[in-house]
Design a protein around this ligand. Structure first.
Ligand code: G16
Length: 545
């Protein structure tokens, strides 16, 4: 096997964000761009040498090309065994599981998650470590530093291999295996949930589901699990074929982008009983019932309150965690259960230590993600199975389960307002001004609402004591309402300011309000405190979820 050493010069913009390096496809196509970054990963993850690597992606445009390139660099860097999903496909949760199951040293996932794909769309690359979870900030900082000084990369001189069918190839010292992307993951799901119970429900008169794979990675997974293993009716999984451009859609499972699903669920008596959608790489999900949406923060709280009913979680929960901007609905449940509830910065990587240290069993985020200690990623299909199994056990609808939860724990009205495509300097100016403003807010009143505390969130990891600061401005009111501001770390163009609004309502007679109406006072306070109109020239968000 001939190994070439190719000289290259550093790119200055290869700093990973909330979840890996995300850029336009055209940026990744720049000569040496992908190669430099991948070599920087191998330079830092020295444990990969002589060990196993898992490799796959969400099937978006450039996925197959990138896999061939990464494979050649991996061979040249002495990786002894590489497992690649057939067709170059692997969901993010499946990669996490495969790393753990086969004791691989790490995994490379090609995805820009819920961002659109295609030649003018987005691409991304993430590295997951030996525990199966997203590499921590210490590692991604090292990769960034390495990318800034890199002088070249090693690449094996070999032809492209066929990814189309399962099989094995030997290249020098490296065994390359093309594997079924679905079966190991589907087997794991059978261990965690009661497939018999769900089969009976799906076989009963008048019960049906609709899973919208949004032409992204979960199509093959959902088809195998729901239609083959659980006998859901043919056609229960829609948009099941992964496409390079996601069919021109935006593979983000929310009420705005999962339009076809929402229309099917809102067609009266003929509506399926449970609707679900998942994103580009299969870690996000949305759950809806007929004319009823469950916000992701409530999802985590409801899962926490009911997990003891599910086969895989009957031993009880060690603890739970949520990211800072996720509503505090789960905090109420944790308090009732007498378990710890951790508050982390945004980014699944911050749950890794808590999971590895056995401190938590469930965790989740407002950004349509929930997960458990079965892997080290959030997991869309797992979450949908959790809900389906819960419906089978309780014999209640999604809406009934959610309303009963609110009646018991109170309702957290919650919404996220996104201001997209901002000039980065203007967005930074909003945050800089807020950092100053919050210093003096505690003990004051904003539009008649008493502020109990206000700060820029700093997180001390209880396991390794590492400190991550400047993670978001939070203003907390005496009535338990909250306002938070932070900049997104996953965009590829300009900046996105996220404003998170929350109001706690313990009184069940007040649980019927429309969400935006319930949060109108908080939205007005937020606009005033951050002087959004003055800084951004806008007073309305682009996206409300
Ligand atoms: C990623 C992270 C999540 C985070 C989300 C949004 O999800 O894994 O932890 O909540 O981005 O991040 P931001 O608010 O910085 O845009 P995904 O599904 O995009 O990989």
């Amino acid at each position: 096997m001939n190994i070439q050493q190719i000289a290259s010069t550093p790119f200055t913009d290869q700093k990973p964000g909330t979840s890996g390096l995300r850029k336009k496809v055209t940026v990744f196509q720049t000569p040496h761009y992908l190669e430099n970054f991948v070599q920087a990963i191998f330079n830092c993850a020295t444990e990969l040498k002589g060990n196993m690597l898992i490799l796959g992606g969400d099937g978006r445009y450039y996925n197959s090309d990138a896999i061939q390139t990464i494979l050649k660099i991996a061979v040249a860097n002495g990786i002894s065994h590489i497992k690649i999903g057939r067709g170059g496909l692997l969901s993010t949760p499946a990669v996490s599981h495969l790393i753990r199951k086969y004791r691989a040293a790490g995994g490379i996932i090609l995805s820009a998650s819920h961002n659109p794909g295609g030649p003018d769309g987005d691409f991304g690359i993430k590295y997951n470590a030996t525990n199966g979870g997203p590499a921590d900030t210490k590692f991604t900082d090292q990769v960034f530093a390495n990318s800034m000084t890199i002088s070249g990369y090693r690449i094996a001189e070999m032809d492209n291999i066929s990814l189309a069918t399962a099989g094995q190839f030997q290249f020098g010292e490296t065994l390359v295996e093309i594997i079924d992307p679905v079966s190991d993951y589907a087997d794991l799901m059978e261990e965690l949930f009661d497939f018999g119970q769900m089969k009976r429900l799906l076989g009963s008169e008048g019960f049906s589901i609709c899973f919208d794979a949004m032409h992204a990675i979960t199509g093959p997974y959902a088809t195998e699990i729901f239609q083959q293993r659980l006998n859901a009716a043919a056609g229960s999984v829609i948009n099941a074929q992964p496409l390079e451009d996601f069919g021109g859609g935006h593979p983000d499972p929310n009420l705005i982008y999962a339009k076809e699903l929402v229309a099917r669920l809102n067609q009266g008596d003929n509506s399926p009983n449970l609707g679900a959608a998942s994103d580009g790489d299969g870690d996000r999900y949305m759950i809806i019932g007929p004319n009823f949406f469950v916000n992701p923060s409530d999802c985590l709280a409801i899962m926490t309150a009911n997990s003891h009913l599910l086969a895989g979680y009957q031993a009880g929960l060690k603890g739970v965690a949520r990211s800072l901007p996720t509503s505090r609905a789960v905090d109420k449940v944790a308090a009732a259960l007498g378990i710890e509830c951790y508050e982390t910065p945004t980014g699944w990587k911050y749950f890794g230590n808590l999971l590895d240290d056995g401190r938590i069993t469930l965790c989740g985020e407002e950004s349509f993600g929930s997960g458990s200690d079965h892997i080290r990623e959030k997991d869309g299909v797992w979450a949908v199975l959790f809900w389906l199994n819960l419906v089978a056990i309780k014999g209640q609808s999604i809406e009934e389960i959610t309303r009963a939860h609110w009646a018991r724990f109170g309702r957290h009205y919650y919404s996220r307002h996104d201001y997209e495509g901002l000039d980065s300097h203007a967005a930074e100016a909003v945050m800089a001004a807020l950092r100053i403003r919050v210093k003096n807010l505690a003990g004051t009143h904003l539009a008649g609402h008493a502020v109990s505390s206000a700060d820029d969130f700093s997180y001390t990891d209880p396991v390794d004591n590492s400190i991550t600061d400047r993670q978001g401005i939070r203003i907390i009111f005496e009535d338990e309402s909250r306002i938070l501001f932070r900049l997104s770390g996953t965009g590829t163009e300009g900046a996105t300011l996220r404003l998170y609004l929350e109001r706690y309502e313990p009184d069940p007679t007040m649980h019927q309000l429309e969400t935006q109406a319930a949060l109108a006072a908080m939205a007005a306070i937020a606009g005033e405190v951050a002087q959004l109109k003055e800084h951004l020239g806008r007073d309305q968000p682009d996206i409300i979820t």
